[in-house]
Structure formats: C-alpha cells, structure tokens
Design a protein around this ligand. Sequence first.
Ligand code: AMP
Length: 196
Amino acid sequence: MTAARLLIIGPQGSGKGTQGVRIADALGIPAVSTGDVFRANVKEGTELGLKVKAIIDAGDLVPDALTGEIVRDRLAQPDAAGGFLLDGYPRNLGQVGDLDGFLDERGAPLTAVIELVVPRDESIQRLSLRAAEQGRADDNAESIAKRLAIYESETAPILDVYRERGIVDQIDGVGSLDEVYARIQDALAARGVAAS
Ligand code: AMP
C-alpha cells in the first residue's frame, strides 16, 4: 500500500477542486486548497485576507513565502499525518522546492501527482459558467486570461520535475464528473495508493 500524499494539478476550470475533494473524502484524507484558504480569509476579513485580496482578484500569485507558511502549518496538523491531497500548491518551481523541504522534514514525499488535462477552450468555457454561478471576483475575463497564462508559464513546468520522479498520472479531464473520477481512481489504484 502506498500512502496517499497527493497533488492534483490542472488549469483553472479543469475541475480539480471538485475532483480533489471527492478523492480526499473517499480516502479519508484532508483536501488542502490554498485558493480556498485565501478565499475564506478574504471573506472573513482577516489580516491575511486583507493582504491577499487585491492579488487574488487580479489573478496574480500570492508571494511564495506567505503561501508556503500556510501550507506548512496545514500539513503539520494531525489530520494530515496519514496523508493529504494538495490542490493549487505548488504552483511554480520555487514552491516545489519549498514543499520538498517541508516533506523532507517528515521523510514523507508526494506519492502521486494527478494531472488533469483539459483543452484551453474548455477551461475558459467552464470558468465563465462558474463565474455566472458562483460570482467569484477573480472569474472575470481579464483575471481568467492571466491565471491561465500563469498556469502555462509557471505551473505546467513543475510537472516535468514530478515526471522525472515517475509520480505523474495524466488524466483526461474531459467528460462527466463521474467519468473523470473513475479515471483518477483507476490511476491511483494502479499505484496502490490508499489512506494509511
Ligand atoms: P485557485 O482557487 O487555486 O485557482 O486559487 C485562487 C487564487 O489564489 C490564485 O489565482 C492565486 O491568486 C491564489 N493562490 C492559490 N494558490 C496559490 C499558490 N500556491 N501560490 C500563489 N498564489 C496562490
């Protein structure tokens, strides 16, 4: 059995948030989404929220040091000891190095990276739909374009690092929620990934 220390990665609008929560629930591990942490803090008007609101609304990345601190604290919570699923972190090569550092301290590296592959047109279409449904401040045309550009220039390259480690599963993200979920389940099962 392989411990479930997972990362789900894909462009905005790939469905990674939804799939991530579903996988984490099935495995009994926490889903750790940096975007959700930031949004909750903005909503509650905390000091962190006030610091990051303008950055998030513009579709830019929050500084690595600040983001890293949040992830490190979250992964140190007892419920993450047996496994976790990261969504939205790491997002650039610097954050990959930071995360390696946190996980090395525990001798517990990532065991699988789920890459959701969705064509750009489909991502944009899904994001526009979500904007209409959820009214997220960063789901406007300008911010969407910036976030997808950052994904392609900064986030996609981190997959090469994980590919070299042999832990990436490429999953076709086009299809119904159930279809995509079944593909992810198959890939994880093939790695023997289960909650410990
Ligand atoms: P998400 O929900 O993952 O799309 O994240 C929403 C926004 O939160 C992003 O556009 C960034 O502004 C910020 N954010 C989330 N995760 C990170 C991260 N790992 N590094 C920097 N900024 C982040």
